[in-house]
Design a protein around this ligand. Sequence first.
Ligand SMILES: [Zn+2]
Length: 248
Amino acid sequence: MCDGPDDSRYGDRSRRRDFLGTMGVAAALGLVGGSLFTRYARADALTHAQRDKMTPEQIIEIMKQGNERFRRGERKNRNYLREQKASAKGQYPAAVLLSCIDSRAPAEVIMDLGIGDIFNCRVAGNIENEDILGSMEFACKLAGAKVVLVMGHTACGAIKGAIDNAQLGNLTGLLAKIKPAVQATDYTGERSASNYAFVDAVARKNVEMTMADIRKDSQVLAELEANGGIRITGAMYNLQTGAVGFLG
Ligand SMILES: [Zn+2]
């Protein structure tokens, strides 16, 4: 976080390429050959100019395409050392994600993203709080990210814990922040943690409520969204299929 958008020391800008690869934004948006691009283009860190000319919708589309590559067992011709060197003196991430700590849902991996592409907030049950909101406000207002993505996932242990009223140290308080989603989930079958359909319905409701909480509790982000500078959206990651399903 020390390197912000005003960092003027990045003298190697010309060598930096975005996570769209050498063929740039047009390629990632499907304007030039898809499979050729995904197999052979080299991906380096996102540059200031490249990030700034993308719209929130384009960034979301890039994340969707990255997840499709992941599901096909493909990934960009990525070199982490090149990305590390390219981003060392400044960062221009396109999005800030809020996702669960679950070890099976690493956002950069499942959407084929690299170093410098996204800010990544992770907390069990992907709930928001003042510190998460502060991080998101930094990411969007100061560092220029254009998408806030809340990503839940199927078979989430935190959601199960909230349904089961699990009690453990500081975890009790965290799960209390998920419980409103348990209550608010409209579901006619068995409302238990052993019913995965219910668990996943609560997880989706929790994403929706977290998005609403972000808008309600962060005037900074709500204003950015109202002005069209950012888009706040949600997604569910399916552990079984590997698919990230965007909610809208
Ligand atoms: Zn989880």
